[in-house]
Design a protein around this ligand. Sequence first.
Ligand SMILES: Nc1ncnc2c1ncn2[C@@H]1O[C@H](COP(=O)(O)OP(=O)(O)OP(=O)(O)O)[C@@H](O)[C@H]1O
Ligand SMILES: [Mg+2]
Length: 415
Amino acid sequence: MELDIATPRWAVPLLQPSRYKGAHGGRGSGKSHFFAERLVEDCVVNKNLRAVCIREVQKSIRFSSKQLIADKINALGVSHLFDIQRDLIKRVGGEGVILFQGMQDHTADSIKSLEGFDRAWIEEAQNISATSLRLLRPTIRGDDSEIWASWNPKSKDDAIDVFLRGELAPSNSIVVEVNVADNPFATQTLLDEYADDRRRAIKMQQAGDANAWNLFEWVWHGAYLEFSEAIIFSGRYVVDEFEPQPDWTEVYYGSDWGFAQDPTTLNRMFEHDNILYIRDEAHQVGCEIDHLPDLFDKVPGARTHEIRADNSRPETISYMKRQGFKIKAADKWPGSVEDGITFMKKYKQIVIHPDCPETAKEFKVYSYKVNKAGDVLPEILDLHNHHMDGIRYGLQPLIRNRKRQAPATGGTRTF
Ligand SMILES: Nc1ncnc2c1ncn2[C@@H]1O[C@H](COP(=O)(O)OP(=O)(O)OP(=O)(O)O)[C@@H](O)[C@H]1O
Ligand SMILES: [Mg+2]
């Protein structure tokens, strides 16, 4: 029989067979529904398929995926193929079964009851312990068996994140990220909740709640819940839509040149009402010099406004001038990076337009060095700083002005 299941675009990579499959992301993105549907489909196709839905802790069957799977069986019109019992679901006409279990209820011995199972779906996998994962993996051992995980990430040190997203992630794994904006089935109520939460987080941050945005990103965008003091712009920026208004005359363009692995960047930003608005970005790794004009032309007004750029490549600046750009080298001075950061931190808020995903990524992780004891050092890590540097170059006249106006330090003081 054929099942008619609409697959959301984000889930297409997960349709092919793979030993490990993972979907992580924010609330309401469709992770649970997708895996529940796949499981029903697999059970329809193979009447002997044995599957187990796993959580680290499952206080009762009510806290399992059973209801969702039962709903999917009904929605897909295949109830005649299943016998839905109190604690499990059986496949009619075969040996197939779907169990619901908590890993905490298992021991190294009892887990062996799952040998020969073809599917294990770990729901809320951010809670699975390293021990549980280690016990489970070799247990699900049949040919073509698969282990699935769906989760809302919390920490990059959680067992599932280390396993499926860490440096040593298995090669036979397919892992996708998904958020509510990718969920074509999202209800209006859910989307309103998202928009509302976003507005609230932005307001709360402006009012001085440095964690509001981090929390929002954790809940809705699947970001790790981190309040690291080492993150330089933590609590100072948000990602939100806006349009520059005709009276926003403070517009600046800043660029950083890429080398080998590093991207060449250009940003257009506005200063208004003590808020820094970053509206556009251009970003390309390995951009050849003759492609630079095209790259810059992605940013509106790049040919009609002054651009300030990294001064380390005078020949590139000359080339861009010959191509008709009003571009000049930005000054650097001892401590110019720190001065730029201090300057940018004084804004009431930094608002990054969603059209600038690479810029937003840098703001999220740009950090100070941390020593082995976990102390934050007053030195800046030379990483994730391409847009960051470009933005500083763009704002450089403002940074310098502010610096000149700053009261002189040192010298003698008389009382
Ligand atoms: N395949 C689908 N068919 C019908 N509705 C869906 C489907 N996928 C998602 N939805 C709708 O989107 C909502 C969110 O989906 P789902 O519960 O699967 O998200 P999730 O990523 O598991 O969220 P959470 O992180 O909150 O557990 C559902 O409540 C449902 O309304
Ligand atoms: Mg879910």
